[in-house]
Design a protein around this ligand. Structure first.
Ligand SMILES: CC(C)(COP(=O)(O)OP(=O)(O)OC[C@H]1O[C@@H](n2cnc3c(N)ncnc32)[C@H](O)[C@@H]1OP(=O)(O)O)[C@@H](O)C(=O)NCCC(=O)NCCS
Length: 167
């Protein structure tokens, strides 16, 4: 099955698709790593500054969500990451449909997004952060081309790996 999946990034329409994203944010396998659903639903309803958002589709079926944006300097500073370059782009990702986990979809979606960001925007670096305990995510991000940069302590989420791609 892994070999034959047709994975694409498709426009995320806030009016049409947000209810599906809310369902995914509340599902236990996403909540486990994304944290407080109420806070996340609020954050995802705001525009992605300097980036965008997309549905991850397998064939025509929406199975996940990806969002990329330039983090505020305040947020980077709070996490002790203020040495990262200006215009670094941060990615958040979730495969919302649990039955689609661990089939290579996350890593392939990230590769599509890295190529898109590298082509269309003047971005020096892409970053992702995930809990040091989220082994599945770390492996998926490394398969997509990210490398581990450092462990830092996020004020809200605890010890996290920072993974980066330099463009
Ligand atoms: C993180 C996430 C996007 C990765 O996408 P995915 O499609 O599930 O992952 P991939 O299939 O690309 O890669 C996962 C790899 O980890 C492996 N894996 C799965 N569970 C694992 C575990 N507990 N320990 C180690 N490796 C694990 C898989 O076998 C796969 O490796 P393989 O291709 O060599 O077999 C997805 O799992 C997800 O949405 N998780 C919930 C939300 C989340 O954690 N978001 C990101 C953190 S903020």
């Amino acid at each position: 099955m892994k070999q034959n999946l047709k994975i694409s990034l498709q426009p995320f329409n806030k009016q049409k698709d947000f209810a599906l994203l809310e369902k995914w944010i509340k599902s236990p396998h996403v909540k486990e790593w994304w944290g407080d659903p109420v806070k996340n639903i609020q954050e995802m309803s705001d525009p992605a500054i300097g980036g965008g958002e997309a549905l991850i589709k397998v064939h025509s079926r929406p199975v996940g969500y990806v969002r990329w944006q330039i983090p505020s300097r305040e947020d980077l500073q709070a996490a002790g990451l203020d040495d990262l370059p200006n215009s670094v782009v941060d990615i958040d990702i979730a495969i919302g449909e649990e039955s689609y986990l661990s089939q290579g979809i996350g890593s392939q979606a990230l590769q599509l997004l890295i190529n898109r960001i590298a082509k269309s925007e003047n971005v020096p670096m892409i970053m992702m952060c995930t809990s040091i305990h989220n082994a599945r995510a770390i492996k998926s991000f490394e398969k997509a081309g990210f490398t581990r940069d450092r462990i830092f302590t996020d004020p809200e989420h605890g010890d996290m790996w920072l993974l980066t791609v330099t463009l």
